[in-house]
Design a protein. Structure first.
Length: 317
């Protein structure tokens, strides 16, 4: 009894309510013979006649009326549940859960989040910022943001944020006055370094250059931390040399509290990517975010390639 086809129960309810195979078939967009066959299967499984059928009328039997009374509310609940699931698929509503690195949470997401949520007010955004490398899907996230070397090969990835970022090296003016200014990355082995440590406990080495000129060093650390505010603050206080994302250091360099060094060894690398598992059956909030990022990318490209409008004075030259 537990494996009665739901479609056959729904077909019975439709015919019983309309008191007509033809009318029920027309409203459901199926043939009257298909409904008749469904009813025969159901009555055969139950061993009870549910409808009295003549050439002029269709009326529920006592068993049919009792079944219809109990079945109608249940079918209504099922229809409502399916409609709700369909709305989550087709409309951008619900919760979007993202796992992102600290740099993305601090520097890349803020200007995007405001525009995205204003355009999609029914979406709730949950962001977890961490620099560890986890299986985002197993951890319950809809998507993650990672840099190219950390992307999993079976994932779909689309750009998010700037397409080029930089690692820069800097120190406080008083530190450089006391210890001298390094002229080559190897000189850093004689300096105090403020280095970043991942949650796994691995300390980030410093990489300079590319290809045959690439150089990786692990300068002696005066501070090892996984808190960028602490690291930048220590550099400003003159405790050592720091090397990290340009975005973290730019305000301090602009204010003169830090001085960029080894400029010719500034490292460029591709910006981050949003990655997720599949385009099929994508949750509506994630689909909306992916579409939003693609539109942002197109907008940025259009701005970059738009011809400049010359002033009258320029045209006259």
């Amino acid at each position: 009894m537990n494996d009665l086809p739901l479609a056959d129960l729904d077909a019975f309810a439709a015919v019983a309510r309309e008191r007509s195979f033809r009318t029920a078939a027309r409203k459901r967009g199926v043939s009257a013979s298909a409904l008749s066959e469904a009813l025969r299967r159901l009555e055969g499984r139950l061993g009870v006649r549910l409808l009295n059928r003549t050439t002029r009328s269709v009326t529920p039997t006592e068993a049919g009326m009792r079944l219809l009374e109990r079945l109608s509310p249940a079918l209504g609940e099922i229809a409502g549940a399916l409609d709700q699931v369909g709305s989550l698929r087709d409309s951008p509503a619900g919760t979007l859960r993202l796992n992102v690195p600290t740099i993305v949470a601090r520097e890349i997401l803020p200007p995007l989040v405001g525009r995205f949520l204003k355009a999609n007010p029914a979406i709730t955004l949950e962001v977890t910022a961490e620099d560890g490398f986890i299986d985002v899907l197993a951890a319950g996230f809809d998507a993650g943001v990672r840099y190219e070397e950390r992307l999993e090969r079976d994932m779909i990835a689309i750009p998010i944020g700037p397409r080029v970022q930089h690692y820069v090296t800097a120190a406080a003016p008083d530190y450089l006055a006391r210890r001298g200014t390094p002229q080559h990355p190897r000189d850093l082995l004689e300096h105090a370094a403020i280095r970043h440590r991942f949650p796994s406990g691995v300390a980030l080495t410093w990489e300079f250059g590319e290809g045959d000129a690439a150089l990786t060093i692990a300068p002696p650390a005066v501070i090892l931390a996984n808190a960028i505010d602490l690291e930048v603050g220590a550099a400003v206080d003159g405790l050592g040399v720091i090397r990290t994302f340009e975005e973290f250091l730019a305000p301090e360099i602009k204010a003169g509290r830090l001085v960029a060094i080894l400029d010719e060894w500034t490292t460029s690398f591709p910006g981050p990517f949003l990655y997720y598992a599949s385009r099929r059956h994508m949750p509506a909030p994630l689909r909306a975010f992916v579409d939003f990022l693609k539109a942002e990318q197109r907008r940025s490209e259009n701005v970059a390639t738009a011809p400049r409008v010359q002033s009258d004075a320029q045209r006259s030259l």
